[in-house]
Design a protein around this ligand. Structure first.
Ligand code: SAH
Ligand code: TMP
Ligand code: ZN
Length: 408
């Protein structure tokens, strides 16, 4: 794998700071009878000193990741359902104040956010290239266009529906390497005072928690307020608000508006200052991160091997996309995990990508509790701990690997 690549934002030089080797597509759960060759790409992460953006060194073609078989359904978490209801209410009260407001969402998935907008009778459109999840959204009364958002499709929306008051994207903008096209499209689609609100995993949390599994094919960028402010400026926007969110292991919600159209809040300046003080992307911070990743990975495999040698039953909990990075980087397969349980029907009966651990339904977990469960869905820890008290009561123990390896 090369040590440098070209920055997607400023065309400067991106230098690699951590390499996870060959990785499968994180959401390509395999049919056990599938004998076709599995697709792998090189997962390495770099930093651009020109614009401070943290990004993958290699992009996977988007059609390989987002298609009719995409198995991630956003409504699978109760906490996230409630988060998106609150979000819809806020978008409506802050931006749907005109005559006939129009809200667009990128990556609307199964309609988890837009169903509240639809219920409120507000004009909306979800842009969602993955047919599997788009279909579910439609069944909830959400208007969806099955396409990738980019400049060309933005112009089509503008022609058909007119300009948008707000465009929202959760856990989607960081999936898109072609930001120039998306921001150009937003420049066309938004009303003059319109805003683009998006939320994605925060690199500040990744550094703090050494949560290296936030890096996988779909997470092309790991943003900071600093890198987003710079990116916005380059494309005629400015960062006018920023907010911390507790979702998915720590995220930031960013609000962009056309340059000069809205006054940035004090929170933006404070966040930029805080990031400068923390030196989030300094060479020392990036080196320390890479060292912690290796140490935590080694400790995790050591722990799992020791438990196997003691004859313990160990399983994985939550067949998350991010677990592909952990399992494949650490070489954790069916010899160390009996299965991974997950509530998503589309993932059950399949094998985890690359590592080939069987994915089973949640019933398997409760029917005969294992001795240990590796919490792969660590970003949903509160929700999972609250409902799995039976496992604890039966003497079961959780294995965590973020921010470090702990058995509790
Ligand atoms: N917003 C949801 C879904 C996140 S998963 C949530 O926060 O849970 C990311 C979604 O973005 C997938 O459903 C994927 O199909 C979609 N996506 C990927 N590229 C896109 C693009 N260019 N435009 C719109 N959606 C896109
Ligand atoms: P995510 O971390 O990308 O949101 O993926 C979470 C995965 O974990 C998804 O496949 C659903 C699964 N899951 C469970 O199996 N049980 C749970 O209680 C929760 C919250 C998620
Ligand atoms: Zn750059």
């Amino acid at each position: 794998m090369t040590e440098t690549s070209t920055c997607r934002i400023c065309e400067g030089t991106v230098r690699r700071f951590v390499d996870f080797g060959e990785q499968p597509l994180s959401d390509a759960f395999r049919d056990p009878s599938d004998e076709t060759e599995e697709f792998f790409y090189g997962l390495a992460v770099g930093h651009c000193s020109g614009c401070d953006m943290v990004q993958l060194m290699e992009a996977v073609p988007r059609e390989r990741m987002f298609h009719e078989g995409y198995p991630y359904y956003s409504s699978g978490s109760t906490v996230m359902r409630s988060h998106f209801q609150t979000t819809a209410a806020r978008l409506i009260s802050e931006y749907a104040t005109g005559e006939d407001p129009f809200i667009v969402e990128l990556g609307s998935n199964d309609g988890v956010m837009l169903e509240s907008v639809a219920r409120a009778g507000i004009r909306h459109l979800g842009m969602e290239p993955s047919a599997s999840v788009a279909e579910v959204a439609r069944s909830k009364g959400v208007r969806v266009r099955e396409a990738f958002f980019e400049k060309a499709t933005a112009l089509e929306i503008l022609e058909q529906d007119g300009p948008a008051d707000v465009v929202y994207a959760a856990n989607t903008f960081c999936h898109i390497p072609y930001v120039d096209s998306v921001l150009a499209g937003l420049g066309e689609l938004l009303v003059p005072e319109g805003v683009f609100v998006f939320e994605d995993p925060y690199f500040g949390d990744v550094i703090e928690k050494a949560s290296f599994d936030q890096f996988y094919d779909e997470h092309f960028f790991l943003f900071t307020a600093t890198s987003v402010a710079g990116m916005a400026r380059r494309f005629g926007f400015s960062l006018v608000d920023v907010e911390r969110l507790p979702t998915h292991g720590g995220e930031l919600r960013y609000t962009l508006a056309r340059e000069g159209r809205r006054t940035p809040t004090l929170r933006v300046a404070r966040m930029l200052q805080e990031e400068a003080r923390r030196g989030l992307t300094s060479p020392a911070a990036l080196r320390a991160f890479a060292d912690r990743v290796r140490a935590n990975g080694d400790r995790l495999v050591g722990e799992l091997r020791a438990l196997r040698d003691q004859g313990k039953r160990v399983v994985g909990y939550g067949a998350t996309a991010k677990s592909a990075t952990v399992l494949n980087f650490c070489g954790i397969g069916p010899d160390l995990l009996e299965y991974v349980c997950d509530t998503t029907p589309d993932k059950q009966g399949r094998l985890t990508p690359g590592s080939h651990v069987p994915v089973v339904g949640h019933d398997r977990f409760t029917e005969a509790y294992p001795d240990y469960a590796l919490l792969l869905a660590w970003n949903h820890a509160d929700e999972i701990m609250a409902k799995e008290t039976g496992f604890r009561d039966a003497g079961g123990r959780w294995i965590h690997y973020v921010p470090e390896v702990r058995v509790v």
